[in-house]
Design a protein around this ligand. Structure first.
Ligand code: NAP
Length: 277
């Protein structure tokens, strides 16, 4: 579906780099189909070398040269960057805009662009770097089925993709976009437990990470409820049920659920200038 389309990544930070690398590694796009921009011109050469695509600091030139603009700047700068492109006439060729900015709605982007811009909002996460990401897409008022298909072609090589109504985007941000950070803390904590009972740290970290990965794959591949899978591990009067009760005493379940709720609440305030992810 990319079919020779050119993509301008406005912002080549953590996520811009993730998208560019994922597209090139998966062969969904050639490096020549991609270009990027950064705010600080002095960083452009280093970013270009790092990612293997042309990177500059002229957003309007990059946008004019491309069919799809992927907006990867921080949420508080997203509307302003788009308004500058509109003012420079860099949207006059009617490009598709894919925005990954957390908390910035398609309506706000249409207003900033001052036109019937075709906008698809995408919420990826950092495991997209290794093709194990989770991305949710939703289309704005003027986005067509083809636009959503193009956006899906961009993110499909980076992992799993779901399409949802935009009303769910802050919840998605709180769960799957912020979620890798929660899981890293869990892996670190499990490994600390392993170290506490005598395992070398590297071994404990490997055991913890593979256990998280294996358990996640069991949920995805068997389609069974996590509670049923948990019950399979708990022998009556065994060590696992004993540990699970200790975790319940520590409110692990509600702490994690509240973490997602807090991240979603924070994401909802981002477009106006907060700070997340
Ligand atoms: N990080 C995540 O896990 C994650 C997950 C999902 C969605 N997101 C969203 O992805 C977006 C980017 O996040 P990030 O973590 O990649 O941020 P980041 O690492 O800080 O990268 C931001 C990039 O944008 C560039 N930039 C800033 N203003 C610009 C402008 N006016 N024109 C051109 N480039 C500009 C910066 O350039 P300089 O380097 O020169 O400053 C930098 O390359 C955010 O909107 C965030 O909500 C992030």
């Amino acid at each position: 579906m990319l079919e020779g389309r050119k993509l301008a990544l406005i912002g080549v930070g953590t996520m811009g780099r993730t998208l560019a690398r994922g597209l090139i590694t998966s062969k969904a796009a050639d490096a020549e189909q991609l270009c990027g921009t950064v705010a600080h011109a002095e960083r452009a050469a280093e970013r270009s070398k790092e990612v293997g695509i042309a990177v500059g600091a002229d957003n309007a030139a990059a946008a004019r040269a491309c069919d799809v603009i992927v907006l990867c700047v921080k949420p508080k700068g997203a509307a302003a960057a788009l308004a500058e492109l509109a003012a420079a006439g860099a949207l006059d060729h009617d490009p598709l805009l894919v925005s990954i900015a957390a908390g910035v709605g398609t309506a706000a982007l249409e207003i900033a662009a001052a036109r019937k811009l075709r906008v698809v909002r995408a919420m990826p996460n950092t495991p997209c770097q290794i093709g194990q990401g989770m991305t949710v897409l939703s289309g704005g008022r003027h986005a067509t089925a083809d636009d959503l298909a193009v956006a899906e072609t961009i993110v499909r090589p980076l992992g799993r993709v779901l399409r949802l109504d935009e009303e769910h985007m802050d919840a998605v941000t709180g769960l799957s976009a912020s979620g890798p950070a929660f899981i890293y803390v869990i892996i670190e904590a499990l490994a600390e437990g392993g170290v506490m009972v005598g395992l070398p740290r590297a071994v404990a970290t490997e055991l913890a990470a593979q256990t998280v990965q294996g358990a996640a794959r069991m949920v995805i591949e068997t389609g069974r409820h996590p509670a049923a899978l948990k019950d399979d591990v708990t022998t009556p009067a065994g060590c696992t049920i004993s540990a699970l009760l200790a975790l319940e005493d520590g409110k692990l379940r509600s702490v994690l659920a509240r973490g997602v709720q807090e991240a979603a609440r924070s994401a909802a305030g981002l477009g106006g200038g907060g700070g997340c992810s």
